[in-house]
Design a protein around this ligand. Structure first.
Ligand SMILES: [Zn+2]
Length: 53
């Protein structure tokens, strides 16, 4: 049986891995960064991708 309560408990107290602020949004369970940092990371990856070309 899956310990579903533990799963949701882990979701509750999530903090951003990048800036450390608490994530209040309903982020995906595997997201370790807040929305702002995810946006920033995506933008950096986008820039990096285009610089390589
Ligand atoms: Zn963040």
């Amino acid at each position: 049986m899956t310990p579903i309560t533990t799963f949701f408990r882990n979701l509750e107290a999530k903090c951003c891995a990048a800036c450390g602020q608490t994530i209040n949004e309903q982020a995906e369970s595997y997201a370790t960064e807040c929305f702002t940092c995810q946006e920033q990371a995506s933008f950096d990856a986008y820039k990096h991708y285009h610089q390589k070309r």
